[in-house]
Design a protein around this ligand. Structure first.
Ligand code: G6P
Length: 592
């Protein structure tokens, strides 16, 4: 799970590659490298750290040439070292490659290539691509054929770009994204449209096993048999280019604050699509709901809403587990998949498996040009703009909004979300206005060894989401617990050093939550209550507004998640962690 970029054109390539990699850093950020071609030689610089850090020490931007490739890495095979950073040279330094994915048969290929005399420098699976290309190019002296032959040997998922010292860039993909960006001043090959959106909104999404060759002013696409193929260009949204932090110190904080605006518009121009979703969902025997990470938490809430308000039989499974329980999926089923990026490998795998079993595929994505959107029978877009912070915030609440709109439509408005959307947004704004108070709370609780987040019923997925935000952003061990399960095990962990957050808006779960809070307090833990009403049992009280015209507690999740997002953000600052780029994580996990 990395980002790759290639460019061949009339502009100085190094500054352009560095800027592209900076924009795609969300895909992985443990090491960086670029290779440029100058006077028939491939120059290469790489190092450990983020794009700006490596550029600062190695002065990547000063590298000469008009053609080149670049990479940001999220380590899968081989530690985080300069040697394992991409690009990788072949033996003679006449080819350099950058790869995203996992080459499953790299061991066999490496042994075979070593027997042929190739010398490997890194511990990565990716380096085999450089040596295979070299091997076949030496045999055939035909670039296209050597790429075809190389691809035919690779098992696993890949997207790669390769720079040849004659000034050609080529690439191919299988189950990892690779997109051509084309403009008068040159052509790009990139993992994401963010790699070239500053230059062009014309994108060509490659099919699996397509092979591309970029010369300085043209590009050719071939299928795996080497036949010329045409792929239509898609116009992508320029607004994706707007990914600066504005007045905020971090993308994460900016994205938390963007939620009211995003919630105002989400779904408004898709009412017909929502209607279509409702029809498909109502007709299905079972709706399977899936996603990973935060998107999975949205799927859990969707199960509550579709079952209780839509009277639909719904099952939820995290995408990484979906493949193990496919029994029951058939042509009377619908799979509704949630994914901000639309590129998460586990989600795509689940979707493909369900599709094969005959299920209809619906999805909710933030990127309308993503792989998930493209393989779905129909999709809805959250349209919340690019989310750069690794911890999902605005993509989650906009996903939730679409689910609320669907459930509300299914029960003819009984949920009250659509009619009261502006009140929900006002409530979120009120929590955001009290942001500074969270800094003080974070100061108090940041030495915590463990933080438990408790919720019942529809609040349980928010307990999971809150715990996920806290562990991602602050590295404090945090666990979301269904409040009713406390006495079945977790209570054994509670002592004077524990911190317990209780999600307790005044609804039908409230009295039992207060009882649980007393049980916890009796064991000496500190209790943080998130509620519309204060209670003497809370040591720290975080107020969320009550929405008078809505009776139903099912609306609270979209409001109560906001204080958890802000708290996690401030915990990261107090603990001196960069909230935008938590260690070992990546925004978009495109490997399984
Ligand atoms: C990664 C990110 C999470 C995200 C999950 C699913 O694990 O770190 O923040 O929730 O992927 O991403 P998706 O793009 O499919 O919603």
């Amino acid at each position: 799970m990395c980002s790759i970029i290639g460019y061949n054109g009339q502009l100085f390539v190094a500054p352009l590659l560095v800027d592209s990699l900076k924009r795609m850093e969300y895909r992985g950020y443990d090491s960086v490298g670029i290779a440029t071609i100058n006077n028939g030689k491939i120059l290469l610089k790489k190092g450990v750290g983020k794009v700006l850090e490596v550029d600062g020490t190695l002065d990547l931007k000063s590298m000469k040439g008009f053609t080149g490739i670049g990479h940001t890495r999220w380590a899968t095979h081989g530690g985080v070292t300069e040697i394992n950073a991409h690009p990788h040279y072949c033996c003679t330094d006449s080819i350099a490659i950058a790869h995203n994915g996992i080459i499953e048969n790299h061991r066999e290929l490496k042994e075979e290539l070593i027997d042929l005399g190739h010398v490997f420098k890194s511990d990565t699976d990716s380096e085999v691509i450089a040596h295979l290309l070299e091997n076949y190019y030496n045999d055939q002296k035909n670039l296209k054929k050597s790429v075809m032959k190389t691809c035919s040997r690779l098992k696993g998922a890949y997207a790669f770009v390769a720079a040849f010292e004659d000034g050609t860039i080529c690439g191919s993909r299988y189950n990892e994204p690779l997109i051509i960006g084309t403009v008068d001043t040159g052509n790009f090959l990139s993992s994401d449209i963010l790699g070239f959106i500053e230059f062009t909104d014309k994108a060509i999404f490659l099919d699996n096993r397509d092979i591309v060759i970029l010369d300085s002013n043209t590009y050719q696409i071939y299928d795996s048999d080497g036949k010329n193929v045409d792929r239509t260009a898609t116009q992508v949204a320029w607004e994706l280019a707007a990914i600066d932090k504005g007045k905020y110190s971090h993308h994460t904080l900016k994205e938390i604050h963007e939620q009211p605006k995003a919630l105002e518009k989400v779904g408004i121009s898709s009412l017909d699509k929502i209607e279509e979703f409702c029809k498909v969902l109502s007709k299905s025997k079972t709706v399977f709901l899936t996603g990973s990470g935060t998107s999975y938490h949205c799927a859990l809430i969707a199960k509550h809403l579709l079952s209780n308000f839509g009277k639909i039989h719904a099952e939820t499974l995290m995408s990484s587990e979906f493949q193990y329980t496919l029994a029951g999926v058939d042509n009377s089923s619908v799979l509704l998949a949630f994914s901000q990026s639309g590129e998460t490998a586990d989600v795509l795998h689940a979707v493909k498996a369900a599709k094969q079993m005959g299920a209809k595929i619906l999805s909710i994505v933030n990127v309308s040009t993503s792989s998930l959107a493209r393989i779905s029978d129909s999709f809805l877009v959250t349209s919340c703009g690019p989310e750069v912070g690794v911890a999902a915030t605005k993509s989650f609440t906009t996903q939730l909004s679409l689910v609320y709109m669907i459930a509300d439509r299914l029960c003819n408005g009984c949920l009250g979300f659509s009619a009261n959307r502006s009140l929900v947004i006002d409530a979120i704004c009120e929590v955001l206005d009290s942001e500074k108070e969270f800094c003080g709370i974070a100061e108090k609780i940041h030495p915590a060894r463990d933080i438990y987040v408790l919720g019942r019923s529809i609040h349980y997925p928010i307990a999971l989401e809150g715990a996920l935000k806290i562990k991602e952003l602050s590295y404090i061990h945090a666990e979301g617990i269904a409040a009713g399960e406390l006495k079945h095990g977790p209570l054994a962990l509670i002592d004077r050093d524990s911190y317990v957050i209780i999600l307790n808006p005044s609804d039908s779960t409230s009295d039992r939550n207060i009882a649980s809070a007393h049980e916890i307090k009796a064991r000496g833990a500190t209790i943080i209550g998130i509620s519309d009403l204060p209670n003497e049992v809370y040591d720290i009280f975080i107020k969320i507004p009550k929405i008078p015209s809505i009776e139903c507690g099912a609306i609270y999740p979209i409001i109560e998640v906001i204080p958890l997002q802000i708290l996690a953000y401030y915990l990261s600052l107090v603990r001196n962690i960069d909230p935008d780029y938590p260690r070992n994580l990546a925004k978009s996990v495109t490997v399984m």
